[in-house]
Design a protein around this ligand. Structure first.
Ligand code: COA
Length: 185
């Protein structure tokens, strides 16, 4: 029987990082590099996950990083992270990214991404993470969506591995007929 004391609230580990977008973060077009944002997202995901798990975690997977709007030099970027779902050793951390222009007081939601983090012990073995105490409807919704996302990833993975088994050259030719490619072997 699982120890019910081994549970933590979402609030306990919710973490926000705010960073000023300085000129050295910009690309040749003068906008903020996607890689800078990815690095900040990884940082806040780690902070949130390691707090929930009370220890070392690694990033396993990153889902849906869509940069919908560019971020400008001089803007303040806030990354809000919280645990959306927990399995045994894994946690899905939802990260909401907000860009703020302090001169015009404009606030934009630029993207939401989901990082899967896994907890490990000092011997680098997988470690069971605390369960999640859901305190409102939004947290329940996040948890259910996180579970669905995990199931869909497993289905997606098995569909892709089926594709690798399809080696009939004629079928492949037919399958790719409408696509913009030429098979030259
Ligand atoms: C991630 C890792 C621990 C998985 O190890 P494994 O022996 O394959 O373990 P499992 O298959 O049992 O997976 C462990 C957990 O991760 C989850 N997981 C594994 N691969 C996943 C993926 N691609 N996406 C989402 N979750 C994944 C599993 O569902 C499982 O969750 P659960 O314990 O909550 O049920 C291992 O591959 C690893 O250490 N990778 C390197 C991570 C790293 O160094 N990251 C930094 C990159 S620079």
């Amino acid at each position: 029987m699982e120890d019910k004391r081994f549970y933590r609230t979402v609030r306990f580990s919710a973490t926000t990082i705010t960073e000023l977008m300085i000129p050295s973060y910009a690309n040749f077009g003068g906008k903020i590099h996607g890689g800078i944002l990815l690095s900040l997202m990884d940082k806040v995901a780690y902070a949130c996950a390691s707090k929930h798990a009370a220890g070392y975690c690694v990033t396993v997977s990153v889902d849906t990083v869509d940069f919908l709007q560019p971020i400008e030099v001089g803007e303040l970027v806030s990354l809000h992270a919280s645990v959306h779902y927990v399995g045994k050793s894994s946690m899905v951390i939802g990260i909401k990214v907000i860009a703020e222009n302090v001169h015009t007081s404009t606030v934009r939601h630029t993207n939401t991404s989901y990082f899967t983090m896994v907890a490990k012990d000092q011997q680098e073995q997988l470690k069971m993470v605390p369960g999640l105490i859901l305190e409102n409807e939004e947290e329940v919704h996040h948890f259910r969506v996180g579970r669905k996302r995990k199931q869909m990833k497993e289905m997606y993975k098995s569909e892709l591995s089926k594709l690798e088994e399809e080696i009939d050259a004629e079928d492949i030719q037919e399958d790719l007929e409408e696509e913009r490619c030429m098979i030259v072997f």
